[in-house]
Design a binder for this molecule. Structure first.
Ligand SMILES: [Zn+2]
Length: 445
C-alpha cells in the first residue's frame, strides 16, 4: 500500500459516509448509515444532528492526510508509528469489551493513532457483515481464508453502499450463520481456525463478543458435499428440520441458524445431540414435507454424524468399528418387522446410560433364551466405550443411536411402513425426545 492508495481509501470512505449522512430512513444510502452507526455512532456522519452539520468538511478535517501531527511525541497505540490524531470511541470502532473501554488517563481525550491505522478503522465496515444491528468480522492466521471471508463481505456491501442503491433487505441470520455459509462455499483447505468478532459500538450499549472457531470445524464444513454426498444431504436435512412455520403459516428458514450455532459455537459433542433431535423431528413431523427428505434423513443424518465424529471429534476408527458392530447386533434384535415397540424402547434408552445399560441387560437375557449359540451382545470393551463418563460417553451413545438407525434404514425401515404405522411410530418417537430422560446430565466442557 502506498500513500496514494491511502488517499484513495480516504476519498471513498468520505464519499460514502457523506452520502449516508444525507440518506432518508429507508432510501438509498440508509443501509450504509446503519452500518456506520453500528461502528461510529457519534461521528459527524451518523450523529442525530448531522443534518445541521457540514459533514463533508468535518470528515475531511478528520480523515484527510494530515499536514502535521496533532500528537507530536506520541506513538500510535496500534502500530507504534508516530501518532497523527487523537481519537475517541465515537470515531473509532471498539477494540475491547465494554469493561475495558474509556481507559485513557484522566484528561486524555482518546487514543493516539497514526493516519493509516485511523483509515483502516474507517475501512473496516466494508469488510464486515451487518446483521441485525451488529457487525461481524473475521480474523484468521490463514491469509487466504481471511481474504476470502473479508472479500465476501466487501462484495456484498458494495451492492448496497452506493447512493444509487436502495436499502439492503433485513437479514435474519445469526453471526455464526455468516461463517457457516462462507465456509461451506470455500474451496481451499483452511490452514487455521477463524476468530469471529461480533460488535456494536452504538449508543444503546457497546458490545463485543469474540468467538474462536477451531480449524477442524472449519475443515469439516469446507467441501463437505464433495467429500461425502450423504453427509452433505444430512446437513441440509438437519437445517430444514429446525425451520419453523411463521404465524402466517409460511416456512421461515431459520433452521440454518440453529445448525450453524450448534456446529460452530456449542461444545463440540453437542452437535450430535442436535442432529439426533433433528432426525427424530423429521421422522415424527406431522408437517407436510418433501417426500425425499423424510425418507432419506434416516440414511443421510447418520452419515453426517459419522463424518463429524471422525473429523471434528476425532473418534478413532477402532471405536467407530466397535460401535458399528454393536449396531449390527442391535438392529438385528430390533428387526424390521416389529419396528414399533423395540425401536421406541431403544431410542428412549439410548440417551440415558442407566436406561441403556438395563436395555442391554434385558436384551442379552432374551437373546440367550432364543439363541443360546449367539455370542455376547456387548463385549467388555463395548461396555467400556458406551458407558464411559463425560462427553465421550455421550458421543459413543449418540453414535450407536445413529448407527442403529442407519442399519435399519439399509434394511428398508421407513420405506416399507404403511401410513398408519408411520403415524404411530412418529407419535412414539416424538415422545422419546432426548430431554425427557430423568438421569441425563449434559457433561460440562
Ligand atoms: Zn498506527
Amino acid at each position: 500500500m502506498t500513500g496514494a492508495d491511502l488517499d484513495l481509501v480516504s476519498g471513498a470512505v468520505q464519499r460514502d459516509a457523506v452520502a449516508a449522512a444525507r440518506a432518508t430512513k429507508e432510501g438509498p444510502g440508509s443501509y450504509w448509515q446503519r452500518v456506520l452507526g453500528a461502528a461510529f455512532p457519534n461521528s459527524p456522519a451518523t450523529h442525530p444532528g448531522r443534518a445541521r452539520r457540514d459533514v463533508a468538511a468535518e470528515l475531511a478535517a478528520f480523515l484527510d492526510r494530515p499536514a502535521a501531527s496533532e500528537m507530536v511525541g506520541f506513538a500510535c497505540v496500534l502500530c507504534a508509528r508516530p501518532a497523527d490524531r487523537v481519537v475517541g470511541k465515537d470515531r473509532f470502532p471498539l477494540v475491547a469489551s465494554i469493561l475495558y473501554r474509556n481507559t485513557t488517563a484522566p484528561g486524555a481525550p482518546g487514543w493516539p493513532l497514526c493516519w493509516p491505522c485511523l483509515l483502516a478503522g474507517w475501512a473496516m465496515p466494508y469488510g464486515a457483515t451487518y446483521v441485525r444491528g451488529q457487525l461481524v468480522v473475521f480474523d484468521s492466521s490463514d491469509q487466504g481464508l481471511l481474504g476470502y471471508l473479508t472479500g465476501r463481505a466487501v462484495e456484498e456491501n458494495r451492492r448496497y453502499v452506493s447512493v444509487d442503491q436502495v436499502a439492503a433487505p433485513v437479514r435474519l441470520e445469526r453471526p455464526t450463520t455468516v461463517a457457516f455459509r462462507a465456509l461451506r462455499e470455500y474451496r481451499e483447505t483452511p490452514q487455521s481456525g477463524v476468530r469471529m468478532l461480533v460488535f456494536r459500538n452504538d449508543n444503546r450499549g457497546a458490545q463485543l463478543r469474540s468467538h474462536r472457531i477451531a480449524q477442524r470445524r472449519c475443515v469439516f464444513l469446507v467441501g463437505l458435499d464433495a467429500r461425502d454426498k450423504a453427509a452433505g444431504l444430512g446437513l441440509r436435512a438437519v437445517c430444514r428440520a429446525f425451520d419453523v412455520h411463521g404465524r402466517d403459516g409460511t416456512m421461515r428458514r431459520l433452521g440454518e441458524n440453529v445448525a450453524a450455532t450448534s456446529l460452530l459455537e456449542q461444545p463440540e459433542h453437542r452437535f450430535l445431540s442436535d442432529a439426533r433431535r433433528a432426525l427424530l423431528g423429521i421422522v415424527s413431523s406431522g408437517q407436510p414435507r418433501p417426500q425425499e427428505q423424510s425418507t432419506d434423513a434416516p440414511g443421510t443424518i447418520p452419515a453426517l454424524a459419522r463424518r463429524y465424529a471422525k473429523e471434528v471429534l476425532n473418534v478413532s476408527t477402532v471405536d467407530t468399528g466397535r460401535i458399528e458392530q454393536v449396531s449390527e447386533r442391535v438392529a438385528a434384535l430390533i428387526g424390521n418387522g416389529e419396528v414399533r415397540g423395540p425401536l421406541h424402547e431403544f431410542t428412549e434408552a439410548s440417551r440415558s446410560p442407566r436406561k441403556l445399560n438395563s436395555w442391554f441387560r434385558r436384551r442379552a437375557v432374551d437373546r440367550l433364551i432364543t439363541d443360546p449359540q449367539a455370542g455376547p451382545l456387548l463385549e467388555p470393551a463395548d461396555y467400556e466405550l458406551l458407558f464411559q463418563e463425560g462427553a465421550d460417553g455421550f458421543v459413543a451413545r449418540d453414535l450407536l443411536f445413529f448407527a442403529v438407525i442407519a442399519r435399519l434404514h439399509e434394511r428398508g425401515w421407513g420405506r416399507s411402513l404403511d401410513e398408519t404405522t408411520r403415524a404411530e411410530l412418529a407419535a412414539e418417537l416424538a415422545n422419546a425426545t432426548p430431554d425427557d430422560t430423568d438421569d441425563e446430565e449434559e457433561p460440562r466442557t
